[in-house]
Design a binder for this molecule. Structure first.
Ligand code: ATP
Length: 327
């Protein structure tokens, strides 16, 4: 089999801090091995529209510390159709690109697997999403930064909560996964943490807040994941507590998109650098349909199909720690 000479890299789905560090790593690894590299703007949509530019080692100067993605990201309806994927294939052929590195989440990997099956085109995935909801890696790029952003925001909310003896509900990102809520909740010392993986029931939350009052706490923080299972959104939860525990003055803070932004943490930059090198080296070895990830601090691979289908479970030991910390 002939060695590949040209690869393309894209960022796809929701943006995450550290994506630029991953792009930089892919581009520089290509330069190191004398491979040509193209950058695809706006994910699969840009690929369909032929929005590709050559990237050299110097094109990625001064981006390692920047949030967002210099290649932009997008969600593409067209790529979900056979015709769209055919156009994407033609764009790659036109530029003599022989392999693709996709930095994104499980949706982006699903697109990559289907594309590979239809066109027999080599694809390697790099997990880039703040939610950390991907099987086969302990950390996705962007998660550590988002976590630290959430913790520092909750620290600030705690200052105002304790000055006014208030109870704050703080909503963090995570529709299907509670990694940010659980870890930020433990890290910021929350009284209660509500996550999609666990439904402890509303009564238990009330009881925990009552207990907290009895034990002499005058202010409290409850961290709620967007997708928690109580059946109430964060504003309804606040109303519910005010109705049932009138002694509490309740406020709500939704952290929202600020969790996606900002300069990536050192951890995310190092992770992105390691995974980018591995992605290009796998393609040089003739590998495809793999995701690179981290397990026990070692770079490992998982088949893209497994990464999509597998469940990245929440750490039960951390749930226990969180329970004990609310004593
Ligand atoms: P995040 O976790 O941040 O949401 P993601 O990669 O999961 O990132 P998605 O919007 O789910 O984000 O997927 C990104 C893109 O991947 C979609 O806009 C679409 O172009 C492509 N894609 C997703 N699922 C499929 C599919 N079943 N077939 C073809 N393409 C797909």
């Amino acid at each position: 089999m002939e060695k590949i000479k040209k690869i393309a890299v894209m960022t796809s789905g929701g943006d995450a801090p550290g994506m630029n560090a991953a792009i930089r790593s892919v581009v520089r690894t290509c330069a190191y091995y004398d491979l040509e590299c193209m950058g695809i703007y706006r994910g699969y949509q840009g690929l369909i529209e032929g929005d590709l530019v050559p990237l050299t080692a110097r094109s990625v100067n001064n981006i390692i510390h920047k949030g967002g993605t210099i290649l932009k990201s997008a969600r593409s309806k067209d790529f979900r159709t056979k015709e769209g994927r055919q156009k994407a294939f033609e764009s790659l052929q036109k530029h003599q690109v022989e392999a693709l590195v996709v930095i994104g989440g499980d949706g982006s990997f699903t697109g990559g697997v289907i594309f590979n099956e239809e066109h027999n085109f080599p694809v390697i995935g790099i997990p880039g999403t703040i939610d950390n909801d991907i099987y086969g890696t302990s950390h996705t790029i962007g998660y550590d930064t988002a976590l630290n952003t959430a913790v520092s925001a909750i620290d600030k909310i705690r200052d105002t909560a304790s000055s006014h003896n208030r109870l704050f509900f703080v909503e963090v990102m995570g529709r299907d996964a509670g990694f940010i809520a659980l870890n930020a909740g433990v890290g910021a010392g929350a009284e209660e943490i509500l996550i999609p993986e666990e439904d402890l029931g509303l009564e238990r939350m009330l009881e925990s807040l009552r207990k907290s009052r009895r034990s002499g706490k005058s202010s409290s923080i409850v961290v709620v994941s967007e997708g928690d299972k109580t059946g109430k959104n964060v504003f309804e939860l606040a109303d519910y507590v005010e109705e049932n525990l009138p002694e509490y003055e309740v406020r709500v803070s939704v952290l929202g998109h600020m969790q996606r932004g900002g300069s990536p943490s050192c951890f995310d930059r190092v992770l992105a650098s390691r995974l980018g090198v591995s992605a290009v080296e796998l393609l040089l070895d003739g590998k495809t349909n793999l995701m690179v990830g981290l397990r026990d601090n070692k770079v490992v691979t998982t088949s893209l199909k497994k990464a999509i289908k597998g469940q990245h479970n929440i750490d039960t030991e951390l749930l226990r720690v969180s329970d004990i910390m609310t004593t």
